[in-house]
Design a protein around this ligand. Structure first.
Ligand SMILES: [Zn+2]
Ligand SMILES: [Zn+2]
Length: 133
């Protein structure tokens, strides 16, 4: 189950609603692989094929594009290699850049991490609005 979150700037009025976390179909590689660009899809297929039954998961996380500053829900693919090292691929921003800063929505809800307004740099208020499947 995923979460619906609202990010709002109380200074300039900027506001965005994001669907983050993991949905019911997110354990289906053919469904989730469409979130990623062609090059990343190949890398994901490569590690999944090589890994045999290796566990992987996909979720969406609050992210900020380092290029255009847009805050959006970006798909993240995570698995580990044979030595237990974490392998992470993230989807691209709408602007086409893969230079993405991923936040940790749990830390944000605990107040340990902050997201700042892309327009005026004020801290954004993040509130959970509900859930999605
Ligand atoms: Zn961007
Ligand atoms: Zn603002």
């Amino acid at each position: 189950m995923g979460q619906l979150v609202n990010l709002k700037c109380n200074k300039c009025g900027y506001e965005t609603n994001l669907s983050i976390g993991s949905g019911m179909v997110f354990n289906n590689l053919e469904q989730v692989i469409t979130f990623f660009d062609k090059g990343t899809r190949e890398k994901i297929r490569d590690v999944v094929n090589k890994g045999g039954n290796r566990l992987w998961y996909v979720y969406k996380e609050i992210a900020r594009c380092e290029k255009c500053g847009k805050i959006s829900a970006i798909a993240v693919f995570k698995t580990t290699d044979a030595d237990g090292r974490e392998i992470v691929f993230n989807a691209k921003c709408q602007c086409g850049s893969s230079d993405i800063q991923l936040y940790d929505s749990e830390k944000i809800s605990e107040g340990k991490e902050k997201v700042f307004c892309p327009i005026c740099a004020e801290e954004l208020a993040v509130t959970e609005q509900g859930h999605w499947d």
